[in-house]
Design a protein around this ligand. Structure first.
Ligand code: SF4
Ligand code: SF4
Ligand code: SF4
Length: 334
């Protein structure tokens, strides 16, 4: 695959050019965390492309926590502004891959997601320094993108080394060809070195792989195990709200004057009423069962249907957890 170098002194010009076509969001560091912020040509531009994924997951950009999906009696066409997500990480691309499979590649297609996805350009960045919460390598990913994104880049000494993965990505490079240089063999070697180091670090952080027969093991656990591993859980739901791969939602209708709105909000399987059905029966009324459902959903059922875990290894659930429950530790015990 051909590589293109965007020299350091051209990064701002490139981002400014993209912002003429749509909103551009890029990562900035604050208090040892990164956050995606909107590019504003009149404000300082101090991106941090080297730190790991942002504290917040990127699903808000494609599958927001609350969205009006229909109006009655006069429906309005679904609208979505063009947006560039610049410098996101490979674990967040796993989230997009999962949403594509759930909302786009299976019937019925979700029109709101489809519109947002068509208008979103994914430009990912390598992670040279994985952190102790990262475990993308345990779920079949590398700390750099190899699919799903439109463009990916590696930060090297002389600038950003880009690779295109889609026609949209190639067009962005073509349209801005005056800013890019052809990459040299040395640039390519530098990228290989950075990637090798990152993989080495991740393998050191996560020395033990998950067992090959993880799904079977998940199905065989006893009630005692289910209870013990969730004993410290205080049901704050941070793990699921922060998760870039959870896709459950609820639809509710609201009256607004003479009109009605249908609103979609996130739902999560740790809510006590999540599995409750008409008549009040609840097959997962105990927290032990609800807690375990997340493991079955992500590491057993989704893998059986789609061939991949519906977990990206981003570690946000651990970082955000009041009880510091680390799902890796639980899965390693099996
Ligand atoms: S989990 Fe992997 S891809 Fe995600 S931030 Fe960490 S190293 Fe990067
Ligand atoms: S379960 Fe945890 S590590 Fe896996 S995708 Fe969700 S937040 Fe990230
Ligand atoms: S973040 Fe931790 S304490 Fe909160 S619901 Fe999840 S596992 Fe329980």
């Amino acid at each position: 695959m051909k590589l293109y170098l965007l020299p350091s002194d051209k990064i701002l010009d490139f981002v400014a050019k993209l912002s003429e076509d749509g909103l551009v969001f890029y990562p900035v560091s604050e208090d040892d965390k990164t956050h995606l912020v909107k590019f504003d040509k009149d404000k300082e531009f101090e991106p941090d492309f080297e730190k790991v994924r942002t504290a917040e997951n990127i699903k808000h950009f494609l599958f927001p926590s609350r969205a009006v999906v229909a109006k009655f009696p006069k429906d309005t066409a679904v609208k979505a502004k063009k947006q560039y997500l610049f410098g996101i990480k490979n674990c967040d691309l796993r989230g997009v891959d999962i949403y594509d499979r759930v909302f786009l590649n299976a019937e019925p297609v979700d029109p709101l997601y489809k519109k947002k996805r068509e208008n979103t350009i994914l430009i990912s960045a390598d992670c040279p320094e994985p952190e102790d919460c990262c475990f993308c390598n345990l779920v079949g990913l590398n700390p750099y993108a190899e699919a799903v994104c439109d463009l990916n880049f590696t930060k090297i000494d002389s600038g950003l080394l880009f690779e295109a993965f889609t026609k949209k990505g190639e067009k962005i490079i073509d349209d801005n060809s005056a800013l890019f240089k052809e990459a040299t063999k040395e640039d390519e070697k530098e990228r290989s070195r950075i990637r090798k180091n990152a993989v080495k670090k991740l393998n050191k952080i996560n020395e033990k792989p998950f067992k090959e027969d993880l799904a079977e093991r998940l199905e065989k656990v006893d009630e005692k195990f289910k209870h013990e591993i969730r004993e410290d859980c205080v049901e704050c739901f941070a793990c699921l709200h922060a998760c870039p791969t959870c896709y459950c939602f609820l639809l509710s209708d609201y009256k607004k004057g003479k009109e009605f709105e249908r609103v979609r909000t996130w739902d999560v399987c740790y809510y006590a009423a999540y599995a409750r059905v008409g008549g009040g029966a609840n097959p997962r009324s105990s927290l032990d069962e609800r807690f375990w459902n997340r493991f079955l959903c992500k590491f057993d059922y989704f893998k059986a249907y789609e061939g991949i875990y519906s977990c990206s290894g981003c570690g946000r659930c651990y970082r955000g957890c009041s009880a510091k429950i680390d799902i890796r530790e639980i899965l390693w015990k099996l």
